[in-house]
Design a binder for this molecule. Structure first.
Ligand code: FMN
Length: 214
């Protein structure tokens, strides 16, 4: 059986470029610009990002989560606080995020420290979710071993019967904010001569900006 030669898959990046003038001085504001471009380009799962956390033994662990908010404090997502990632973040709050908007030949990398959102923030977002997702938050002991799928479905049905009206937020379900210390914007260019512009948080709270080699 002949297999695809992975090493021979190549692509030249030609769409656009990235200059210091365009990026400006505020990485959040520029992130918004790129995010809006990605939304306008109708990119699938535009808010999907790879979240990396650290296991106790030092192994990094990565998975996709969905960006649910961004302000001048940081990037937020929601999950189960008792999940693997939740346990990892409670021991080591350092984390990274990666966005890849491949149709635009763009990547954003974020390095930062995770903090839990407040109960009020969690309640507000939980209340905005569809009922089935709310019930799923109760039914799924995220990251725990389960013997078979049927058990999960039974739990879902039990909670569905139990909460006939509004579904309250489980205490173990909520959000994190990744408060960035570093944000990198990458734009693919021809001949692997890509643009990379990095922002790093200074001790006085301002951002320094510099360019790095591709
Ligand atoms: C497109 C996509 C979006 C996802 N969004 C979330 C999310 O917002 N929150 C979440 O907890 N898991 C999300 N997941 C599932 C996670 O990737 C992961 O399986 C789950 O959070 C358990 O991770 P953990 O065992 O490392 O804690 C998403 C997966 C995909 C593929």
């Amino acid at each position: 059986m002949s297999r695809i030669s992975i090493a021979d898959i190549r692509k030249d990046y030609i769409l656009a470029s990235l200059s210091e003038e365009v990026v400006g001085d505020d990485p959040f504001s520029f992130f918004h610009t790129w995010f809006e471009d990605a939304v306008r380009a109708a990119i699938d799962d535009v808010n999907a990002m790879t979240l990396s956390t650290l296991q106790e033994d030092g192994f990094p662990d990565a998975r996709i989560v969905l960006l649910k908010g961004l302000d001048e404090r940081g990037f937020t997502f929601f999950t189960n606080y008792e999940s693997e990632k939740g346990a990892q973040l409670s021991k080591h709050p350092k984390a990274s995020l990666v966005f890849h908007w491949k149709e635009l030949e763009r990547q954003v990398r974020v390095m930062g420290v995770a903090e839990q959102l407040t109960a009020a923030e969690n309640d507000t977002y939980f209340a905005s979710r569809p009922r089935a997702s709310q019930l799923g938050a109760w039914a799924s002991p995220q990251s725990q071993k389960i013997e078979k799928r049927e058990l999960l479905e039974e739990r879902f049905a039990q909670f569905e019967q139990h909460y006939t009206d509004a579904v309250p937020r489980p205490a173990h379900w909520g959000g994190y904010r990744i408060v960035p210390i570093k944000i990198e914007f990458w734009h693919g260019r021809s001949s692997r001569m890509h643009d990379r512009i990095v922002f790093e948080k200074q001790d006085n709270g301002t951002w320094s900006r510099y360019r790095v080699a591709p």
